[in-house]
Design a protein. Structure first.
Lengths: 445, 876
């Protein structure tokens, strides 16, 4: 069910006398224009853009053929966010041009694709000097009105798992906490020592002194670093960064590999990479949003919340709660739901969601998750048999047992669950059980 | 030969033509199968178009039945000729010839196809070539590409320039077609004649990762006699001759280097640029690009850029200084050193700006490499920069490690049958890799006693779904427990074939008892104990009234609380305790048990209670006597002995003997070092919890596995070291050796595991730093461990808060290293780390032999660093 994405740019993005002109395609209008003004730190911004573009065109796991999707840019009220997602679905990159890094006008809000081509990459690598660089995101009026330039059209495959993964990162990141902050010099030493070759080891990083230290086993306070070579895209930015911040979920002794975010901050820009728990694991299969999707109750809340979003750089949950008359918990659930549809992103350094509507048709992607389909098929076949807090599922000639833990989570005896132990969300048997229990609970009402 | 096959050759062309014209397909399909392409061409000659189309339909139908056939060079060619001769359109022809399993012989097929097309009078051959070329994908191989290329060439069609086509063009260039087994034409001559070169050339710089395929070697006569990277060389040569455009090459290569790629892929372009030898004018035109490469590109590219820029006569000083600021902060030592020399030269040439230049040079005084800091200091001072930094006075400090956390409690026991099933599913769900078994076994025994039917019902499907690696005993691995573990799980609650099962388990148990003392030499005693326990559990599993296992640990490291054992024995009452279970329980008791427990145990009045009391009173299992020995490699076998070549010349291992007066009933303290080549897999990680109070004993048994990470480049062997750090008891020489080997492990993850162990032991004050250092020195001097690998984890240890431990370790390692006739690689780095830690800690430790080296003349790095350390010790 892989769709095709068609980019239609009014011209190629270019860096010339007039500054950096990025061409756009899709989003609120066919070729929206978001920003015109200056980048205050041109060299760092250029390197950051290159890093985002590099992630977009890379497959870190099994690099057979390069990926070819373009990065997306979101124009919020006071900042620009460039995002990309690797072809292997395991690395998510974002460059935030903060208010201090921009000097100009945000003309329109929304999210769109930006064209990145070879000559532009060369030109970006050449950017030097300290003078502010003019940046325009979107075609200027002249280009739009004349329309005589050659239209650049690219057709690239848009796999459902790529879409799903892109959305899934946001849900996972919402559970991250800052774990370490180290100065630039130490960060450079630490990152430069990591292997650059394709390496599949799962290591852990713990704060040690002013720097980070790698350790072989998970300990409280550690951050998982899986496939360290995937952080190479950060290297160029090291020269400009002031600090490296690392974010991750709570880790205890014996924890399974977990995702993590590595963020370089230059004061005007923030470049962050989010890595999947293991190089072979794409974010698409992490299943963080499956439970929410199994029911339909959140959908109404989500629609209500979506109507209230207004391209804020960060979403204030409490204010939304007041505006919508929902509890903050329900607003958060609704935002997670919107995240799966690609309609909000999550910024770990602000610890807040931000409004961003992906310029793809992403709404179906998560609903068509293979596990959800499998769970529905099990229910249709009447394979689930509840007994108290447990259930027996007969699928084909196999029997599985699903058990409810005191904290409400479900466990299963299937090989998939045995392999991941809930790390990648519920299995189809647990999902089917959850759906059936919810249905039963609602019926008597 | 069958009659039909004979007929193939007997039938004349005239007869075949007659038959084809009359209707049907004559023996056309046989001809295709028998690769008779010329005969087909001849038979089709002059056939009316109507008949060709009819035959074409038959051909399509026939081909569909042979879709999965592999069409060889011969039959493929014949098929191609028939297709061109009969099918109506290029699109239809492409559906047959576009398949990756059809591989006609390139040049021959193209010629025959062109002849057939001309004779038939069709014009779509070029269209067909184009269609085939666009259908190329990842599965297309070079031979097929040659066919398509020949067809494109003969029809004068423009080749496509998609990534895969370019890749295949390159592959075909790397592997010349050696039809006549003669000496192949050199690559440069082939390129000269290549019709696609102009079209492909710009794409070489655009396709990502293509650089890795551009650095192939050309092998002309023998394997050893090869020309390195002939492609970049040939391209540079062709540019000099004027065959291809020099500017395209230079711009393309620089553009590629700017855009970046994997370091390995950039090598080809660096070579190309070096071979092209850009003139001063050309470098000047690209000055900005070269400066950018010098700052940002990987080290080899940056070095190339540095060389090119240094030769420029009139480089703007301002720009150069700006760039130097970033270059001097790069970690690459050689690059920074050259940059310093360059700046030094510049300062001497421009006296007026020397101070400004010196200020830039001073940036390198913060470089991580100490020799560069020194150099930068000297140069900056020479040119008039006065470092404002007063010599930093830091208070000497020792180790500053967080205290080790108390031993983690063991996970809560399994109480629910479904939970047991999940745990078993997890255990059996992946390849066996040494997951602890105690919790599952304990739950299994307890739950089987109470509800055997449900346990059986819950486990059966889970066992059925197990990972294939749990299928049977792996003979190559003497430690493998897969079969016995699965057997135990299957036996739980099983009601069928009871007598057979029982007798089998009894036989196995008897075998354990019989081979109590002398057994399979490859299996070390702790593992034998584990197997004996498993067998015992299998034999007694379905007996009623079992309150659970006695030996289940109460700590995560395997320790068992004596009071908990006492409680379990009380609960057992008059039932006899299982022999091996109790044995394991006793081995897990701590050595410093309250004597009152022994009294209480004796008061139970059961044989098991007596045994516990005796054990506690006698002080349990004593610590062994250890002796380090060297095991040498076996003799080379006749013929190709590949295994021999993997083995290190020798290995330092440990021999265990019981202390005087101890009989060692279980053989746990008697072990001779294992011969080389007997390293173990993941099951080793179960051992620390078998003897949690005998760190050294387990270290001795696991030593071959740990050593193999360093001397046989194996993976994950050092994972046991952090577990040992959590055990208790003296480590002795076995642990020292294990740590020394682990520091020199081939793979980063193993060195990190060693570092974890080192820090854990140091925090608990249980590390013999001097002993470990001494062993490291010995192993490096004997050429068994690479010192350069050990520097990094040791530096990390010093940074993580253990500078004193590292300094002690180094001080013990250095005498042997300095005494060696030829100092090992990495000794200077070790010396500078030693100087750093000595300064940090302010602890004075004499290093024998250091004075001699420091007193030598010259300015070699070894001597410089030795002097530095000497000074550091003197000031301490």
């Amino acid at each position: 069910m892989s769709a095709v994405q068609t980019y239609r740019y009014l011209g190629s993005s270019a860096l010339g006398q007039g500054g950096l002109a990025l061409q756009t395609s899709g989003g609120p209008t066919p070729n929206p224009r978001f920003f015109t003004g200056f980048l205050t730190t041109p060299q760092a911004a250029a390197i950051g853009l290159l890093a985002v573009a590099e992630v977009a065109r890379t497959r870190y796991h099994r690099p057979v053929s390069p990926a070819s999707l373009d990065p997306v840019v979101t124009g919020s009220r006071d900042r620009l966010r460039f995002e990309s997602f690797s072809g292997c679905c395991g690395v998510y990159a974002r460059l935030d041009a903060l208010p201090a890094g921009l000097d100009g006008d945000v003309l329109e809000h929304g999210t769109t694709n930006v064209d990145v081509n070879n000559p532009l990459r060369e030109a970006l690598a050449r950017v030097g000097g300290l003078d502010p660089l003019h940046l325009s995101v979107g075609p200027d009026d002249l280009t739009v009105s004349t329309m005589d330039g050659p239209v650049v059209e690219k057709k690239v495959p848009l796999p459902a798992r790529w879409l799903r993964g892109f959305a899934e990162v946001q849900i996972l990141a919402a559970a991250f906490e800052p774990r370490a902050e180290i100065p630039a010099t130490e960060a450079a030493t630490f990152l430069r020592r990591l292997p650059t070759t394709n390496d599949r080891t799962v290591l852990w990083a713990v704060p040690a002194g002013r720097s980070l230290r790698l350790t072989s086993r998970p300990v409280p306070g550690a951050v998982c670093l899986a496939g360290p070579s995937r952080l190479t895209a950060l290297r160029g930015m090291l020269r400009f960064a002031q600090t490296l911040r690392v974010y991750g979920p709570t880790i205890a002794a014996g924890s399974a590999p977990a995702p993590s975010t590595w963020e370089l901050d230059t004061g005007t820009l923030r470049l962050s990479l989010t890595l999947s728990p293991e190089p072979y694991r794409g974010f698409s299969g992490e299943g963080a949003a499956l439970t929410a999707l199994a029911g339909d109750d959140v959908v109404d809340d989500a629609n209500l919340v979506a109507a209230m979003l207004s391209w804020d750089p960060t979403i204030d949950v409490d204010r939304l709660a007041t505006d919508t008359n929902l509890t903050p918990t329900r607003v958060r659930a609704a935002l997670a739901q919107l995240g799966t549809a690609g309609r909000v992103g999550y910024d770990v350094s602000e610890a807040a969601y931000f409004h961003r509507v992906m310029p793809y048709d992403a709404s179906r992607a998560e609903r068509d998750n293979p596990r959800l389909i499998g769970a529905r098929a099990l229910l249709d076949a009447g394979a689930v048999e509840l007994d108290g807090t447990s259930a027996t599922i007969r699928s084909g000639d196999q029997t599985y047992r699903v058990r409810q833990l005191p904290d409400g989570d479900l466990t299963c005896t299937c090989p998939w669950w045995a392999k991941h132990r809930g790390q990648r969300g519920p299995c189809r048997h647990a999902l089917a059980t959850r759906m059936l229990t919810t249905d039963r609970a609602e019926e008597p009402v | 030969m069958t009659r039909a096959e004979q007929q193939l050759f007997i039938k004349s062309t005239a007869r075949r033509q007659r038959e084809l014209a009359a209707g049907g397909t004559s023996d056309l399909f046989d001809l295709i199968k028998n690769a008779a392409a010329p005969q087909i061409a001849a038979a089709l000659a002059g056939l009316p178009e109507q008949r060709r189309r009819e035959i074409g339909n038959d051909l399509t139908t026939w081909f569909k039945q042979h879709r999965t056939t592999w069409w060889t060079v011969g039959s493929g060619t014949a098929l191609a000729v028939a297709v061109v001769g009969c099918l109506p359109t290029a699109a239809q022809a492409a559906t047959i010839l576009g398949r990756n399993n059809v591989n006609p012989h390139g040049q021959r097929a193209a010629t025959l196809m062109a002849q057939t097309a001309e004779e038939r009078g069709i014009t779509w051959l070029g269209d067909l070539a184009h269609r085939l070329a666009t259908k190329i994908n990842q599965q297309t191989w070079t031979e097929r590409w040659r066919f398509i290329a020949a067809l494109l060439h003969i029809t004068h069609t423009t080749p496509p320039t998609n990534d895969r086509f370019v890749e295949l063009w390159l592959e075909a260039a790397a592997l010349p077609d050696r039809q006549h087994r003669s000496r192949p034409t050199p690559l440069i001559d082939r390129l000269r004649a290549d019709p696609f070169l102009t079209a492909m050339l710009p794409r070489l710089f655009e396709v990502d990762g293509l650089g890795t395929r551009m650095t192939f070697d050309e092998i002309t006569t023998t394997w050893e006699d090869r020309q390195r990277h002939p492609l970049p060389t040939a391209l540079a040569q062709l540019a000099t001759e004027g065959t291809i455009d020099r500017t395209t090459l230079i711009d393309g290569a620089i553009g590629r280097l700017l855009r970046g790629d994997r370091a390995a892929a950039l090598r080809a372009f660096t070579i190309l640029l070096t071979e092209l030898k850009p003139t001063t004018a050309e470098v000047t035109a690209h000055t900005t690009d070269y400066l950018r490469l010098l700052t940002d590109a990987p080290a080899p590219v940056a070095t190339m850029a540095q060389t090119a820029l240094r030769d420029l006569p009139d480089l703007d000083i301002e720009t150069l200084l700006d760039t130097s600021r970033d270059v001097l902060q790069r970690p690459d030592k050689a690059l920074v050193r050259t940059q310093l020399t360059w700046l030094d030269r510049l300062a001497r040439q421009h006296r007026d700006r020397a101070a400004e230049i010196a200020e830039i040079i001073a940036i390198a005084t913060e470089h991580p490499a100490i020799e560069l800091r020194d150099r930068a200091n000297t140069l900056a001072t020479r040119h008039g920069h006065n470092p404002a930094t007063a010599p930093t006075v830091t208070r000497p400090r020792g180790d500053d490690l967080p205290p080790p956390p108390p031993p983690a409690p063991a996970p809560t026991p399994i109480t629910d049958i479904d939970e047991l099933a999940e745990e078993v599913a997890t255990l059996l769900g992946t390849q066996s890799q040494g997951t602890p078994l105690d919790r599952i076994l304990d739950g299994l025994v307890r739950l089987t006693t109470t509800d055997s039917t449900r346990v059986h019902a819950a486990l059966t499907p889970v066992i059925e779904r197990r990972h294939w690696s749990w299928g049977n005993e792996h003979r190559y691995d003497p430690l493998c427990l897969c079969e016995v573990v699965v057997d135990v799980l299957t036996t739980a609650g099983a009601t069928d074939q009871q007598p057979r099962r029982r007798s089998r388990w009894q036989a196995l148990l008897a075998a354990v008892r019989r081979t109590d003392q002398t057994t399979d030499p490859r299996v070390p005693p702790p593992h034998r104990l584990l197997r004996a326990r498993l067998t015992e559990i299998g034999a007694h599993l379905n007996e009623p009234g079992q309150p659970g296992l006695l030996a289940t640990p109460t700590s995560a490291n395997g320790m068992l609380d004596p009071l908990a054992l006492l409680e379990r024995l009380t609960a057992l009452g008059d039932q006899p305790a299982w022999h091996w279970d109790l044995t394991q329980a006793l081995l897990r008791l701590p050595t410093d048990t309250d004597p009152a427990v022994a009294g209480k145990a004796a008061a139970l009045g059961t044989p098991a209670g007596e045994r516990l009391a005796d054990w506690l009173r006698s002080g349990g299992l004593p610590q062994p006597v250890m002796r380090a020995t060297t095991v040498t490699r076996r003799a080379r076998k006749h013929g190709n002995d590949w295994e021999y070549d993997q083995l290190p010349p020798n290995r330092h291992l440990v021999e265990l003997r019981p202390p005087d007066g101890y009989t060692d009933p279980y053989g746990l303290l008697t072990a001779d070092p294992k011969p080389l080549g007997s390293e173990y897999s993941g099951w080793v990680n179960l051992w620390p919890s078998i003897l949690p109070g005998h760190r050294g004993v387990i270290a001795a048994y696991a030593l071959p596995t740990v050593a193999a990470t360093a001397d046989m480049d194996q993976r994950d062997g050092a994972a046991i070291l952090p577990l040992l750090a959590e055990s208790t008891g003296p480590g002795g020489v076995a642990l020292d050796l294990a740590l020394a080997y682990g520091l020199g492990a081939r793979h980063g993850a193993d060195r990190i595991a060693t570092l974890d162990a080192l820090l854990g032991l140091a925090a608990a004050d249980q590390l013999d730093a001097a002993g470990t250092g001494e062993q490291l020195g010995r192993l490096v001097t004997a050429n068994l461990v690479k010192l350069s690998r050990a520097v990094e984890p040791l530096r990390d240890a010093a940074l993580a808060g253990a500078p004193l431990t590292v300094w002690r370790l180094l001080a013990a390692a250095l005498p042997a290293l300095l005494a060696a006739a030829k100092p090992a690689r990495g000794v200077p780095d070790l010396l500078s780390l030693a100087a750093e830690t000595a300064t940090t800690t302010g602890v004075r430790i004499e290093v024998p032999g250091l004075g001699d080296v420091a007193g030598r003349g010259g300015t070699s790095r070894l001597v410089t660093e030795a002097r530095r350390l000497h000074r550091a010790i003197d000031t301490a």
